[in-house]
Each structure stands twice: as C-alpha cells, then as structure tokens.
Design a protein around this ligand. Structure first.
Ligand SMILES: Nc1nc2c(c(=O)[nH]1)N[C@H]1C(S)=C(S)[C@@H](COP(=O)(O)OP(=O)(O)OC[C@H]3O[C@@H](n4cnc5c(N)ncnc54)[C@H](O)[C@@H]3O)O[C@H]1N2
Ligand code: MOO
Length: 406
C-alpha cells in the first residue's frame, strides 16, 4: 500500500482552518461570554472618563493659584459633584474619581496641604505639571472609537471594558458542538475494571478536558470497537456535531479502520499524514449534511500523539470556528538546560519543563509516555533536520499552562 507523503504542519493546518465554518453570531451577556471571541469590532457607546476627574484625594484649585492659601468652599465626592465654580483663592475638597468642579484646573494632594477649618495652606510641593492628578475627559476612550477588534478573546479585562463602554450584551459566535470518540478493542471504559489485555481509555477524557478550556459543548462516545460497523454507528451518533474527533485507528495496521469507515460513511478525506513527531498519522475529512460542513479529525491513538495533534489542530480549529483572530498557539523563546540530538525529517514537539528561564527536555520522549507528558509544561519545537543543540542554545517552546491552552 503506498501512503501519501506527509505534508508540513503549516500546510496541514492552513488546509484545516480553511475548512472551518464560521458559526452564526448571537448576543450574550458580557459576563457570560468569557472565553468567547468578539464577532464584530466594538465601538464605545460613551466617552470615558465622561468629564475631567480627580485621580487623587486632595483639593481642586484654579490653574494660576498653586501656592495658596485657599478657603475651602465645598466638596466634590465620587457620585456627588460640586455644583458651583471654583475661583482664585478657593479650594474644593475632592476625592479620587470625583468630577473636577468648574473653574478648577489642578488637584493638590492632601499630603501636601494643612487644613484648619476652612483655611488651607501649602506645606509640600504643588503638582507639576498642574494637571498631573487629573484624568482628562476621554483619557481611556471616546464615544464611537473602536475599543476592541473583531476576533479578540473576551477575558476579564475585555468583559470589563465592554461594560465600561456601555454594553450589556456582546456579539459572539455560537458555541461549537464537539464529539470525542475513543477507538480500540483494547480500551476499557472503566479504569477500575481493566482486564490484563485491556488499557483504560484515557484519550477521550484528555481531549474533552483540552477542548473544554474553550467554550464548547462536548460529548463523548465509546470506547468503540475496531469494526467498520461500530465506527459507522459511532459517527452516526455524532452526526449533529460540528466537529468529530477520534483517537486511535488512524495508522496503517489491519485494525486501523477510521479512514475506510469515514469513506464508507460519506466523508471526504482532505489530508492524511503530517510530518510531525508525534502525530504523523493525523487525518482530516469533511462531510456535508443538510448544507452544513462537519469536520472530522482522526487523531493517532498514542496518548502523547493525541495530545500534540489536539494542541496543534483541534484547538486552533475550535478557536477559528469561535471567531478567534489568533487561532494558532503562540511560542516563547527560551534556552536549553540539556543537549538535544539532531532532528530527523519530522518537526518534533518534545515534552519539557520550563522554569521561567530554561527548559529541561523530559528523558522519556515515547509517544505513549503519558507520565512524561503530565510532568511537562511546554512542548519544545524542534524544526525538521534541526542540528544537535547544546546547553544554553536558544529554543522555542509552546506553553501548555498559564494561557498556553486557551
Ligand atoms: N507500520 C507502521 N506502523 C505505525 C506507523 C507507521 O507509519 N507505520 N505509525 C506509528 C505512529 S507514528 C503512530 S502515532 C501510531 C498511531 O496509531 P493509531 O492511530 O492507529 O493508534 P492505535 O494503534 O489505535 O493506538 C496506538 C496506541 O495508543 C493506545 N490508545 C489508543 N486509543 C487510546 C485511548 N483512547 N486511550 C489510551 N490509549 C489509547 C493504543 O492502545 C496503542 O497502544 O501508529 C504507529 N504505527
Ligand atoms: O507520530 Mo507517532 O505519534 O510518532 O508516535
């Protein structure tokens, strides 16, 4: 059997992302759409600050009157503005966030003043420049200005900004429906009831957990036996999903039936085999149903291969369907704390541990070594045919924690 030559990660991912249907837009409560992506750019519905505000607790005075003494004529507190106008020789008690009274052009810190009844004198330094402690109207954003582009991830700061801009609801894309299918005669559904010829089906839970770091609706099917009938039934069970992910049965063995089962089910193969390690046998297919495109990702069964292919393909696909403008994972540059052998033709993603300065590759790089994966917080990116590397050499890594996943 002649196999298709493996394509590069970039080509494979571009092809996959080009297939991704953009899901319909819906309007969701700003607090309820954390982790989703803005479907349209957001323009401020108000100016902020809406007028000049004090940035400190102190006294508001006129511009040409920074040496005092002054007479305190009133107060401007947050939510309770001073209604009069400040004149030369007068000061208004002002708190942080309170509206600067008319006529006032400077705020002097209370630490730089002495007050006795209504009499105020300067004991420290006046502000330099005079408006140093003033937040001017529009300092943050002006009405109608674009505050966030389409495709940005709505995290805590973005939700707060949207609310500050006057939005209760935000345009986001419908949550994708994902089905995860474990495939293999050797798989036990219950890890506590696992015969000697079996292994616990751990990939499904891992893939669900990975995908659930994004806002999705996921369901799990299986474990499914290595037969065409069982696979077809499993695909039928997932027929309403936007994305179907299988793990196992993607390679070339007699019992690796994902590809023939998909073809028998009416799916069209887009690509199979990518020049990465681990993860080479990954396949991507599509199926049209009621005018909708369903995407099927066949991931290799080896647990680390499943994880790495989900990281580089499934997660970017889901992000793109959710409308993200940064669907692919970002890298950081660090330094090797141990030497590495020269790499072969497949771009390799070594499991490693990064301490903030250097990265230590795991000793066990077998694609079935789940313990080494679980002890890792980065994937070290080794380009194809990278020469041997020494301690201290620069290397690029993908983060698996602290924002690396979602
Ligand atoms: N002659 C060749 N053999 C293999 C090739 C090749 O090019 N030529 N490729 C190898 C590579 S690379 C990989 S990766 C694996 C992938 O194989 P499959 O996707 O067919 O996976 P399986 O054979 O079904 O399983 C592999 C391994 O993973 C375990 N597994 C499977 N599913 C699960 C699960 N849900 N939870 C936990 N563990 C799972 C399974 O028991 C096997 O040990 O093929 C190589 N072979
Ligand atoms: O690609 Mo396989 O994932 O090398 O073990």
């Amino acid at each position: 059997m002649s196999l298709p030559p493996p394509i590069t990660l970039e080509e494979a991912r571009d092809r996959l992302l080009a297939l991704a249907p953009l899901l319909p837009v819906e309007h969701v409560d700003a607090e309820g759409c954390l982790g989703r992506y803005l479907a349209q750019s957001l323009h401020a519905r108000r100016t902020h600050p809406p007028t000049d505000l004090s940035a400190m607790d102190g006294y508001a005075v006129t511009a040409g009157d920074l040496s005092g003494p002054w007479r305190v004529v009133g107060e401007s507190a947050a939510g309770h503005p001073y209604s009069g106008t400040v004149h030369s020789g007068e000061a208004v008690r002002i708190s942080t966030g309170a509206i600067l009274p008319m006529g006032a052009k400077a705020v002097i810190l209370q630490e730089d003043l002495a007050r006795e009844a209504a009499n105020l004198t300067l004991t420290g330094e006046p502000p330099e420049p005079a408006d140093r402690h003033i937040r001017h109207c529009g300092m943050d954003f002006f009405e109608n200005s674009e505050v966030m582009p389409a495709g940005i991830r709505i995290g805590p700061a973005q939700a707060a900004l949207a609310i500050a801009c006057g939005y209760r609801h935000l345009p986001v894309r419908r949550i994708p429906r994902l089905a995860v299918i474990d495939i293999g005669d050797e798989l036990a559904a219950d890890p506590e009831c696992c015969a000697p010829h079996q292994i616990p089906a751990s990939n499904g839970a891992m893939l669900m957990a990975l995908a659930r770091s994004l806002p999705i609706a996921a369901s799990r099917i299986g474990p499914v036996a290595d037969t065409l009938a069982a696979l077809t039934a499993a695909f039928e069970g997932a027929a309403d999903s936007d994305v179907i992910v299988t793990s196992g049965g993607a390679s070339v063995g007699d019992h690796d039936l994902v590809l023939p089962a998909l073809e028998g089910w009416g799916a069209n193969l887009d690509f199979w085999r990518v020049a990465i390690k681990p993860g080479k046998p990954i396949l991507v297919a599509t199926r049209e149903r009621n005018g909708r495109i369903q995407i099927i990702l066949g991931l290799p069964g080896n647990p680390v291969s499943s994880f790495v292919t989900a990281y580089h393909f499934l997660m970017p696909l889901l992000r793109r369907m959710l409308g993200s403008s940064q669907a692919t994972p970002l890298q950081i540059a660090t330094y090797l704390a141990a030497p590495l052998r020269a790499n072969g033709p497949r771009r390799e993603f070594l499991r490693g541990n990064w301490d903030g300065e250097n990265v230590v590759p795991q000793t066990n790089q077998d694609s079935g070594a789940l313990a080494a994966l679980a002890a890792s917080n980065v994937l070290i990116d080794r380009p194809s045919f990278a020469p041997a590397a020494q301690v201290g050499d620069p290397v690029r890594v993908f983060l698996l924690e602290n924002g690396g996943i979602a």
